[in-house]
Design a protein around this ligand. Structure first.
Ligand code: HEC
Length: 155
């Protein structure tokens, strides 16, 4: 083995050691938690006003619904990255994520996929501006939030 190759290999092994405290992309657990909370804050920020409109608490505004629904859809796709391994409550204190996320990973994934699918439909329906359809699809999407929170988020 030549000297240069040996150095690269050793460097790689040392590098891996450093990375055990971070995820594959190099973020620290605290950063992952901050990211996922931010993503959900944006989701909540955009989901709430749609809810207020479908409940008749504020006047219906089709353009606002379409805009908010687009952000919810986008953030639903950004959410999975916020759950990399090693960012659970055993590592980071300030989180409401339950350890079951990582022990029942495939169930969690299913809940995430359901949410993404309903959020995508909501964004589609929102473009139509049809209030009744939006109302129905808002309900379906809200169910996917609840389903995941019930099982995987501390109250
Ligand atoms: C696949 C699971 C899952 C789905 C689906 C989901 N959430 Fe969450 N949500 C979580 C988890 C886990 C947390 C806790 C994150 C933490 O504290 O690290 C959370 C936290 C939040 C928070 C608090 C963020 C903060 O600042 O701590 C809000 C608001 C929220 N979710 C809104 C929603 C809404 C609205 C929907 C649906 C439109 C939704 N969530 C769908 C799992 C989910």
């Amino acid at each position: 083995m030549n000297k240069q190759l040996a150095m690269i290999l050793v460097g790689g092994i040392l590098g891996m050691g450093v990375l055990t405290a971070a995820n594959a992309a190099g973020q620290k657990p605290e950063e992952v938690v901050e990211y996922r909370k931010s993503v959900y804050t944006i989701i909540g920020w955009n989901f709430k006003p749609i809810g207020a409109m479908v409940k008749g608490e504020v006047p219906f505004d089709a353009a606002a619904v379409a805009r908010h629904a687009q952000y919810v859809e986008m953030m639903s796709k950004a959410a999975p990255e916020g759950f990399s391994k090693g960012s659970g409550p055993d590592v980071v204190k300030d989180t409401e994520a339950k350890p079951e996320i990582w022990t029942k990973w495939s169930e969690f994934q299913t809940k995430m996929t359901n949410f993404q699918q309903e959020a995508t439909k909501l964004a589609e329906v929102a473009k139509s501006g049809k209030e009744a359809d939006i109302k129905a699809q808002f309900g379906k999407t809200a169910e996917t939030c609840k389903a995941c929170h019930k099982e995987f988020r501390k109250d």
